[in-house]
Design a protein around this ligand. Structure first.
Ligand code: OGA
Ligand code: MN
Length: 302
């Protein structure tokens, strides 16, 4: 790609890699405008290469957010809505959109289960607690505080590729449990109770190593860090399972795999849940932080 970027469908597409293990900013695209197939294909191949894309200075209403998301896939309701345990629709009119916000509809502070509140959110891959987790999440920022609430992304291709061979061998074909009882803030979802035994844990098993259906590359797929029994390796003893999961989590979340994003209002970020995890710093409860999110339907991990 030359300095000016690639001319496509009347737009000049520029791709600026983050410089970290993953992530790139895409310039020259107004996501509120329709895109033709050539532009759509170009964006999808840039996405496949970088796993996380940032588009700045976008002005999108919810309809336009869904259209932008459709460039990359099919929007679907968030996992907890699919499980129908949490009817909270907040201030958005489409079931495919959720408000990620530390304010309720009256604009007052809250620590809401659905909106993630102000809490620090630990490394995770979205909705891994359902059978076919969304392949991607698309987050669009409306109101962003001066400080706090940065979001980090972590390259799980690199995490897999840098594992020692003996560990790769041990986890080949192995599955782990993904607990559906709590959200990414670690809060118990309404209608669920804290599991006490392996059999108690609601949620699917997924392979620890999955192959990305587009890039064909292998990536670690850990979901969310949970204490035993909420996360365990199928058929392994508690001790072996805990040791391996501790090792994998420490390995997978090293700084060398991470890109941290500082938000501005008007940012749209799309990340690939099949090959990247993300986390969020805590936010200041005094300052509003409001984003709208949708997620794109995905396949059963294999
Ligand atoms: C999410 C999430 C991060 C953030 O929406 O899935 O983890 O920056 N949010 O609020
Ligand atoms: Mn998330």
């Amino acid at each position: 790609m030359n300095e000016k970027g690639t001319e496509l469908s009347g737009v000049t597409l520029e791709v600026i890699p983050s410089g970290a293990a993953l992530g790139a900013e895409v310039r020259g695209v107004d996501l509120a405008k329709p895109a033709d197939d050539a532009l759509k294909d170009a964006l999808n191949s840039v996405w496949a290469e970088h796993s996380v894309l940032l588009f700045r200075d976008q002005k999108l209403n919810d309809d336009q957010l869904l259209s932008a998301a459709r460039l990359f896939g099919t929007p679907q309701p968030v996992g907890f809505r699919l499980l129908a345990k949490n009817p909270n629709q907040r201030d958005v009119k489409y079931p495919e959109i959720i408000a990620v916000s530390n304010r309720d509809q009256e604009g007052t502070e809250e620590m809401d289960n659905a909106g993630l509140g102000d809490v620090e959110v630990q490394w995770h891959s979205d909705n891994s607690y359902i059978e076919a987790p969304p392949k991607a999440s698309v987050l669009y920022s409306l109101v962003i505080p001066e400080t706090g609430g940065d979001t980090g992304f972590c390259d799980q291709y690199a995490a897999y590729e840098t594992l020692p061979d003996d560990v790769k061998k041990k986890i080949d074909g192995v599955r782990a449990k993904h607990d559906a009882s709590r959200n990414s803030g670690g809060l118990l979802r309404p209608g669920f109770k804290l599991p006490e035994t392996e059999d108690d844990v609601p949620g699917p098993f997924h392979p620890i190593v999955r192959t990305h259906p587009v890039t064909k590359r292998k990536a670690l797929y850990l979901g969310r860090r949970r204490d035993y029994p909420s996360q365990f390796i199928e058929g392994w003893s508690e001790k072996e399972s805990v040791e391996m999961l501790n090792y994998l989590w420490d390995h997978a979340t090293q700084d060398q795999f991470v890109w941290m994003h500082q938000w501005r209002a008007g940012d749209l970020v799309i990340w690939d849940n099949r090959c990247a995890m993300h986390r969020r710093d805590a936010t200041d409860p005094k300052l509003p932080r409001i984003l709208h999110r949708t997620q794109l339907s995905g396949e059963i991990p294999e």
